[in-house]
Design a protein around this ligand. Structure first.
Ligand code: ATP
Ligand code: MG
Ligand code: MG
Length: 559
């Protein structure tokens, strides 16, 4: 008891920490450290860590680092950081459950040797192209390699030579001996090990042969005592090989029952979003976005910077659940989860994004008075925010129309509107520049109508607009983000996703925030009438606040 494998691999210490109770749920989240995690990974993280939490189990954080050329420690660090940010933890029950597939290279090699000895693997000296040619198709069986029946001793010697670096990349490979006529192409003698004279970010130059993912993954799961190896649906056809391999390694004494099982679930397809690391890398490398953490990117670092909270992402993932049907999730589902999370918890404030001067001509210059509004309308205990009313105010350009369209209830010449939390005002005039643009609007206030006073309701108006006193307003840069793509399935059916880029995915404007708004990086608000906003965690400073719009208050894309 206690040990799940018979060898004495270098990993014994790492695994000694893993508890041995086979009844407990044990899952793993196994990213390859070759890029930044995206919203699709969040689904996998929430599912694996969530199952462990709900069933009193553990979830292993494992780096599937078997592909030396593409992997890097930078990605490892970024992944650990963002999994923690999402709210999950691999420390706990029985130790620190952080693992690296590269720690198991000795065991994997041991497994390979055992398979050769039992006649279940052989070294094939065909080129990759020759192997492909004999693999067959969906309708046609494959053909045996000329090396398929070579003596065990010969394969053992060659495998050792591969390991010792005596052969160049691509000159030979270790293959399983299963069935070249299997209807499942994955069982037609899959490659287990290939030669790669490449430095690994953790094992350096110790190895020049590296295991294939399909060979490595079941071994990683078995070594860690994983009970539920959960992967996306495209691996369904790999399950027979997963089971074949582990049964062989049990029969030849490397592993013991109970063996792990693979379960599949549908990957997340989110409309207007791309979740392929390769394509996301292209967006970064070709400068279509400012980096992996551009607030328009579906990476977790991008979503974090955009203003998505971990709670909102977890709510979104919980709602998705795990199903086997490969459907598309509408982007608005993600935005809705954000609104639901932020609405009860973030304070309110006012902003003017496209300022237009409103002069209250019957209010004395230099005079001020205090107006106030609840910090949060449903939490009176949070108190009230205070801000001045004065003669010169900023309002939104589109809250004034010289010639109102039908149904426009905001400011128009001769019309009345309430300045929210302030007075009812009546528009008395406006000024245009030579270009015909409206540069100023004039109005008179009705002194008895201040919000919160008995006269507030004495004059009924249909419109209610937000405003900020010009002298006190906090200047800020606003980055108004929208969807990165304007096509709901930007990369479906082999389309060139770059042609689907939304040319208006960001608009930068210089506007104002309500005085007193605390713009520390990462602070979030519901900006009245305009949406949810966050102070950018990278670019915002006290002297130059940079405020991202996370999302509007309502789904503006709904038809
Ligand atoms: P990509 O295709 O973007 O490169 P990947 O699947 O190759 O992603 P890994 O680092 O191997 O990236 O993924 C780690 C885990 O995340 C895997 O278990 C994988 O199944 C899961 N995963 C990746 N993309 C999605 C997705 N869109 N929906 C759900 N799970 C996903
Ligand atoms: Mg992968
Ligand atoms: Mg992939």
């Amino acid at each position: 008891a206690g040990k799940r494998w018979a060898g004495e691999p270098a990993t014994a210490d790492v695994l000694a920490a893993a508890p041995q109770d086979p009844a407990r749920i044990r899952t793993r989240f196994p990213p390859e450290p070759n890029g930044y995690l995206h919203i699709g990974h969040a689904k996998s993280i929430c599912l694996n860590f969530g199952l462990a939490r709900d069933y009193d189990g553990v979830c292993h954080m494992r780096f599937d680092d078997t592909n030396p050329e593409k992997e890097d420690q930078t990605y490892v660090n970024a992944i650990l950081d963002v999994v923690k940010w999402l709210g999950f933890d691999w420390a706990g029950k029985g130790g620190d459950h952080l693992y690296h597939a590269s720690d198991y290279f000795d065991v994997m090699y041991d497994a390979a040797v055992r398979l050769v000895k039992s006649g279940d693997a052989y070294v094939d000296q065909q080129s990759p192209d020759e192997m492909r040619a004999l693999r067959g198709t969906l309708t046609e069986p494959g053909k045996d390699s000329p090396w398929r029946n070579r003596p065990v001793e010969e394969s053992l010697t060659l495998l050792q030579e591969m390991r010792d670096g005596k052969h160049p990349d691509g000159s030979m490979a270790l293959r399983a001996r299963i069935d070249m006529a299997s209807p499942n192409i994955n069982l037609r003698d899959p490659v287990l090990y290939r030669i790669r004279h490449a430095e690994h970010h953790r094992t350096g130059s110790k190895w020049c042969i590296y295991p294939m993912y399909t060979f490595a993954h079941p071994i990683e799961d078995a070594l860690e005592g994983i009970t539920h190896s959960i992967c996306t649906l495209e691996f369904e056809d790999q399950r027979p090989f997963y089971d074949w391999l582990l049964a062989k390694l049990r029969d030849n004494g490397l592993f013991q029952d109970p063996l792990p099982h693979q379960y599949e679930f549908a990957r997340l397809n989110l409309s207007y979003v791309i979740t392929s690391k390769r394509k996301l890398a292209q967006l970064v490398n070709e400068g279509h976005v400012s980096g992996w953490d551009d607030p328009r990117m579906p990476t977790l670092v991008g979503l974090r910077r955009r203003g998505y909270s971990p709670e909102a992402l977890r709510l979104f993932c919980d709602r998705l659940g795990a199903s086997k049907s490969d459907s598309w999730i509408d982007y608005s589902t993600l935005e809705q989860a954000l609104r639901e999370d932020l609405d009860p918890k973030v304070p309110r404030t006012v902003a003017v994004l496209r300022p237009l001067k409103l002069v209250i001509t019957n209010y004395p210059a230099g005079q001020q008075e205090v107006c106030s509004a609840p910090v949060h309308p449903h939490h009176p205990e949070q108190g009230r925010r205070e801000f001045p009313f004065a003669r010169d105010l900023w309002i939104e350009q589109d809250d004034f129309m010289e010639v109102p369209v039908k149904g426009f209830f905001r400011l128009t010449p001769g019309g009345m509107v309430r300045l929210k939390y302030g007075y009812v005002v009546k528009c008395t005039g406006f000024t245009k520049n030579d270009a015909g643009e409206i540069t100023e609007v004039q109005a008179e206030y009705l002194p008895d109508t201040k919000s919160g006073t008995p006269g507030a309701d004495s004059v009924k108006v249909k419109g209610n607009i937000t405003w900020i006193a010009a002298d006190a307003a906090v200047a800020a840069e606003f980055r108004l983000y929208d969807r990165l793509f304007s096509d709901p399935q930007p990369d479906a059916g082999g389309k060139d996703f770059l042609t689907a880029l939304n040319p208006n995915s960001v608009e930068i404007v210089q506007g104002y925030l309500e005085p007193g708004t605390v713009t520390a990086a990462g602070n979030q608000w519901q900006v009245e009438r305009l949406g949810y906003f966050v102070a950018d965690i990278v670019d915002s400073t006290v002297d130059h606040p940079v405020i991202n719009r996370v999302t509007t208050l309502k789904d503006s894309w709904a038809k």
